[in-house]
Design a protein around this ligand. Structure first.
Ligand code: FE
Length: 226
């Protein structure tokens, strides 16, 4: 099966002035699209040809894993952003307060983890199998869904995410990224994991992309914050 480049949930200039249209167009149209095309070429006539993206990520190694995981990670990244201001649900706010102390403390911990990640990779807000919130760093293409944590939100800290706008100034990119966090997406993900849909927080992942399929299946997993 041919994997598709997801449709962006907004226009390519929708994240300005925090992320420019030029950055978005290269990041989505060249880098993200490149991973999709490479993956489709690599899996042709292999046992991975008919697998879902999630199955490939869980079973493949090497170049096939790298390209599949990068497709998923970028799908998740675009959904993690929005040009429309949003706020976390009460449930997510409560968990952030419980596990990090405050939203400000979470912000500082998350952005520090992102600034401090060596080389290329991703920083994630996840739910651990014990049911707590945690910040997870992954290198290169690595992704939480390979393990037993469930992602709620991600930030891409590969240099291609910010070099056009910020050159090598990753902390500047992170400050701008924070302004774009799609709290509805993170809140939806939490609601699905806890099987507790919250009115008004069920619409952020409503297309038929593979990342939304994955989000839809989250509620069947046994990760229940306590
Ligand atoms: Fe990227």
């Amino acid at each position: 099966m041919q994997h598709q480049l997801m449709q962006l949930p907004y226009a390519q200039n929708a994240l300005e002035p925090y992320i420019s249209e030029e950055t978005l167009s290269f990041h989505y149209g060249k880098h993200h699209a490149g991973y999709v095309n490479k993956l489709n070429g690599l899996i042709e006539k292999t046992k991975f040809a008919d697998m879902s993206l999630e199955e490939i990520i869980k079973h493949a190694e090497g170049a096939i894993f790298n390209n599949a995981a990068q497709v998923f990670n970028h799908d998740f990244y675009w959904h993690s952003l929005s040009g429309t201001p949003s706020a976390p649900s009460v449930e997510l706010s409560d968990l952030i307060e419980r596990d990090f102390g405050s939203t400000d403390a979470f912000r500082e911990a998350f952005l520090s983890a992102a600034a401090g990640l060596f080389g290329s990779g991703w920083v994630w807000l996840v739910i651990t199998k014990e049911g707590g919130l945690a910040i997870e760093q992954t290198s290169n293409a690595d992704t939480p869904i390979r393990r037993a944590t469930v992602p709620l939100l991600t930030c891409d800290v590969w240099e291609h995410a910010y070099y056009i706008d910020r050159r090598n100034a990753r902390p500047e990119y992170l400050e701008n990224w924070w302004q774009l966090v799609n709290w509805e997406f993170a809140s939806d993900n939490l609601a699905r994991v806890t099987n507790d849909p919250i009115a008004g927080y069920n619409q952020s992942c409503n297309d038929d992309s593979e990342v939304c399929d994955y989000v839809d299946t989250m509620q069947e997993q046994e990760h229940t914050p306590t």
